[in-house]
Design a protein. Structure first.
Lengths: 380, 294
């Protein structure tokens, strides 16, 4: 789950990472109230989960309440690369002397954590990385040992941070690492991390991605979840515990396992069709989950045929078959269904469906046969 | 021969008294796997369909001589269960648990490497391993595998592992061992570990490798194959049509930039001399052709 900047900054604050005084606002009046409290001049920042908002006019400086009113009014409702602005973050403007970059992510090939630090941060960081990779100092951190202050002190020297910033930056990096690990982030990034004209180091932006697998130990993430805006199909699927991604085609897809679901998309494409979605019912799905999956697919008017591709492992095919029948009894499924069922309890599953097969509920022996049948029905 | 597990491997199931542990543990036993015990804290002294349950891995190992463990416990407890297995003397750990936090996986992997260098972890979030006719640990349906070799299978995706087994068995082509390494961010065993084991196994004559978008494991495997592999390899990479930038289920299956795309992986593998196929069926047919020509 990606956080908005303001949520990321709130998260950072819990770990002691310094950010500018400010607050979130959803209306012009709220924006003025927050600005009055933070003290002028302030920066009014659009909250969208996409880069390039500054260039799009989503970040404005305001010297007084009238200017806040003007900018907040313009930015709220703005469309930035398809993301509509519903929230603002207002903070006291900082006098910037230097812009740095800092982040932590998982280094998958090395199975360690990767810390990146640069004295050349700011909006052009990706260009810096491409043009002069040496300007980014990378360290590999053993997840068992973690990052200590001594290592961080050596790192800020290595990265050529200004001398006056080094101790503050080292402390902040340890805090950011704590936020990344204890806070269960997939990514914790600050760009820019600034040195102010008063020689203070703090986070001017926050990019945080949380690892949803760790939700069980973070009840506080509920508040972040409430602001997630999604495709209505995706929202409905998530409420039912399904892994769904909406696409633009006409063949609705239900599979178990991400790999098989992706492969199903590939095969549908190869035989001349287009997938309406990616839907992985996960491992061990029962009849209820399967029925919910059918309902989600059914809510998509573009779907002309449904391809259910199940290879039972931890998922039992008999449960899937029961789910299909349950869905058919609960709702009027508008598209014909083509099933391919193999694996754990496949014989039992096929037996459950045997008496119900007709030209709207079809089984095919192989994945390729089923794909051809479903695509044929969708394109008919 | 088979790799990692065979007919002599003694296995305990951590979480045998839970729903999934019981269902799959008993299926593994029915397949012929030597399931010698279960572990559930507080339930020591009881049994599951005649399989004795112990309070700790250490007790189970002492009583049964088990060397392998099948970890089937909820994500919250999985990292601790894996470490308990290593501490208890288990040397081959299969963890099927889906949804373990990435940071737990990173710490667990590195603790195993540092403190228990002789221990191999398979998974987490994997279907397990099957050496057909000998040993099946995990959630793979045993009836889709065919004993006798000569093909080794290694796969990053659970259900595609079954698909690969099915494609070969249907054509009468057997398998030495089929390993599902799982698609999580920090897998205990990777493609190269399995490719090296298959290369060293005299009964394995060819290898099928199933990958998917995201990460760079397939590219690294391609480099390894180019430098070391003498046996033919057939591969299929899932996710050619996946839209970029979207997370498709596995934490692993994310595309960022051009790196990690199915096309980049297929190009790297083709460059390494691998037979790259466009869907599981085509991969099965290609393998049949190779095996017939051996």
């Amino acid at each position: 789950m990606d956080l908005f900047e303001y949520q990321g900054k709130q998260y950072f604050s819990q770990f002691g990472i310094p950010v500018s005084p400010g607050g979130a606002a959803d209306t012009v009046d709220e924006a003025v109230a927050v600005a009055d409290k933070a003290g002028y001049p302030v920066v009014v920042k659009a909250q969208v989960k996409v880069g390039g908002r500054g260039k799009a006019g989503g970040i404005k400086l305001a010297d007084n309440a009238d200017e806040v009113r003007l900018h907040a009014g313009n930015i709220l409702g703005m469309d930035i690369k398809g993301h509509i602005v519903h929230h603002l973050w207002i903070e006291r403007s900082s006098d910037i002397k230097k812009e740095y970059y800092a982040s932590f992510t998982l280094d998958r090939p090395n199975k360690t954590h990767l810390g990146m630090l640069s004295a050349e941060g700011g909006v052009e960081i990706e260009e810096v990385a491409a043009r002069n990779p040496d300007a980014i100092s990378m360290i590999s951190i053993d997840p068992v040992r973690g990052l200590d202050l001594e290592t961080a002190r050596r790192w800020v020297v290595e990265a050529n941070l200004d001398e006056v910033a080094r101790e503050q930056a080292a402390v902040l990096l340890v805090q950011l690492y704590e936020c990344y690990t204890k806070g269960d982030c997939d990514l914790a990034e600050i760009n820019p991390l600034i040195l102010t004209t008063e020689d203070k180091v703090h986070a001017l932006d926050a990019k945080v991605t949380l690892d949803e697998n760790a939700s069980f130990r973070h009840p506080e993430w509920e508040a972040f979840r409430a602001t997630e805006t999604e495709d209505p199909r995706e929202k409905m699927a998530k409420e039912k515990g399904l892994n769904y991604i909406g696409l633009d085609g006409t063949v609705g897809i239900i599979a178990n396992g991400a790999g098989l679901a992706m492969s199903t998309l590939d095969v549908v494409n190869q035989v001349g069709g287009t997938a309406a979605n990616f839907l992985d019912i996960g491992g061990g799905a029962n009849a209820d989950v399967m029925a919910a999956a059918m309902e989600v697919i059914n809510s998509d008017p573009k779907v002309k045929a449904i391809f259910v591709n199940i290879f039972g492992g931890i998922t039992r095919v008999d449960e899937v078959a029961k789910g299909v029948l349950e869905a058919l009894s609960r709702v009027n499924i508008s598209a014909p269904i083509v099933l391919r069922l193999d694996g754990t309890n496949a014989v039992e599953g096929r037996a459950i469906l045997a008496d119900h097969l007709n030209d709207r509920l079809i089984t095919e022996p192989t994945m390729l046969d089923a794909a051809r049948r479903a695509v044929g029905l969708a394109n008919a | 021969m088979s790799i990692f597990v065979d007919e002599n491997t003694k296995v305990i199931v951590q979480g045998l008294t839970g729903g999934q542990g019981r269902f799959h543990g008993l299926r593994n036993r029915d397949y012929g796997t030597k399931i010698v015990g279960g572990v559930t804290p507080g339930k020591g002294g009881t049994d599951v369909d005649g399989i004795p349950v112990f309070n700790s891995v250490k007790e189970a190992v002492e009583a049964t001589g088990a060397t392998a463990s099948f970890v089937s416990v909820p994500p919250k407890f999985a990292a601790a269960a894996i470490l308990e297995a290593a501490e208890g003397g288990i040397t081959f750990i299969v963890c099927i648990t889906e949804g373990i936090p990435a940071h737990d996986e990173a710490v667990t992997y590195n603790r195993l490497v540092e403190e228990f260098p002789g221990v191999r972890l398979l998974g987490p979030n994997c279907p397990g391993i099957i050496s057909p006719g000998k040993c099946n640990i995990g959630i793979t349906s045993g009836d889709i595998a065919l004993a006798g070799g000569p093909v080794g299978i290694v796969s990053r995706s659970g259900t595609l592992t079954y698909q690969a087994l099915h494609e070969l068995s249907q054509q009468g082509i057997g398998q030495t061992t089929c390993v599902g390494i799982g698609g999580d961010p920090v897998p205990g065993t990777n493609f190269i570990d399995c490719l090296a084991a298959f290369e060293a196994d005299p009964e394995t004559k060819a290898v099928m490798m199933i990958g998917e978008i995201g990460g760079s494991e397939e590219e690294r495997a391609a480099e390894w194959i180019k430098a070391n592999m003498t046996k033919p390899v057939v591969s299929y990479i899932a996710g050619v049509t996946a839209p970029p930038g979207r997370k498709m289920g596995h934490a692993g299956a994310i595309i960022s930039g051009s790196k990690g795309t199915a096309q980049a992986k297929m190009d790297a593998l083709a460059e390494a001399g691998v037979h790259v196929c466009l869907n599981p069926t085509e991969a099965g047919e290609k393998m049949v052709e190779i095996v017939k020509g051996l």
